[in-house]
Design a protein around this ligand. Sequence first.
Ligand code: BES
Ligand code: MN
Ligand code: ZN
Length: 498
Amino acid sequence: MKIEFAEIHMPTAGALVVGVLEKRVLSPTAAEVDARADGGLSRALEAGRFSGKKGQTVSLASPPGLELSRVVLVGLGKAAELDAVRLQEVGGALVKELNGLGETRAAIACDALEESPLSSGEIAANLAAGARLRAYRFDKYRTKDLEDSKPTLTALELMSEAPDAAREAFEPLRRVTDGVIFARDLVSEPSNVKFPDALAERLTGLADLGVDVEVLNETKMRELGMGSLLSVGQGSERESRLVVMSWSGAPGGEQKPIAFVGKGVTFDTGGISLKPSAGMEDMKYDMAGAGAVAGLIKALAGRKARVNVVGIVGLVENMPSGGASRPGDVVTSMSGRTIEIINTDAEGRLVLADALWYTQGRFKPRFMIDLATLTGAIIVALGGYQAGLFSNDDALAERIATAGSAVGEPVWRMPLGEKYDKDIDSEIADVKNVGKAREAGSTAAAQFLQRFVNDVPWAHLDIAGMAWTKKEQPVNPVGATGFGVRLLDRLVADGYES
Ligand code: BES
Ligand code: MN
Ligand code: ZN
């Protein structure tokens, strides 16, 4: 979909979208169109249920007095509440509506709204970003597309009083949506295509944006002593990889980096502790943490963020085979700590244990945040509405929660504590990879990770419920969401760029 910015004018073809505030208050362009159409808009509004609530739409085909295919009225709600997240949601709802109507091109009138916290340029930029996120489609494997489900909308024009300002405001947003789309593309890919080495290869493409990408193979990881991570991949025909993506955007270059670590299980069968067949196909998205880290690096490099960042992803495939690890096996992690593997399906934490240890030792980061589709238990606790947040640092946790609310990617803080930590003591090794059956499973996993974190401020985001959606949402079509990219981009932008 092509996105363009222009001055407000009356288009002579395609669909025109105009805004209506709560209680059916017409925006200036809506009022003008209404006058040209002899009050046709007002009459259409009065006839229906449309009240101007955010995201509601009403449309009029071939309005008299205008050369348009359609006028679409879109509800904006209360102007004072029209922030970036709501506007992106409106942009997403419009894409859905316009495609449903079969429109091929549309112009949106982004009038300045007195009470809105945003300028008309920012309004245009955020509508565009939301539209782009919702228009996403992973269709590379379709060889024939059903005529009635194929999206029709190919061009979107955002008309505002300040198209230059809109273009300028859109540029960083476009870069962030590029990152979200990259993450979604990686997560959507089937696991026969995105095995660890293939995924690592995809990530080396970030070099085009000035990212330094380093790929560690199994020999190198064995030398480093990553017995925990390697044990997860040992049942697979595919070799494991660890990828380090470094973006050095801070002026001067000396600044210590901040670090993001991602779980990249390219497929999780459960291993010898095999998962049930029903729904196992979902486990292709068990690398969504790694996908989000890669998408974040793409966003930061794309918008040339003035900060030093490293993204580290552990890429493994968890398969059952004669070479796979068994329940009861003991492995030695890079930290030297030994781990008893009680359940081979609790593999993400085994990957992250070595990835976190390596990250803090090599990079001495200012803080590190890991993202992982780590536990089914976090979905039981929070559903598909918020990610679980665990942290050893209240200030960092607070900043993450604030960034999440600002971009519409909410997180909920979950507890850590000594009693939970005791639950993962092993009889035979230093730690075991599961706690008590059916109790506080997400915290047990987080406690396990914390055993491999030293003094550095650290946070863990359990995104198992957020990485994929089975129901479409305002800015997410069904499928991979790219959750975490916007949140972490905002965290960096608001707190760590010089
Ligand atoms: N990848 C899964 C967690 C998951 C579940 C992600 C559903 C996305 C959707 C993880 O590796 C796993 O299998 N966790 C187990 C842990 C258990 C064996 C202690 C779980 O949640 O059941
Ligand atoms: Mn698992
Ligand atoms: Zn997993």
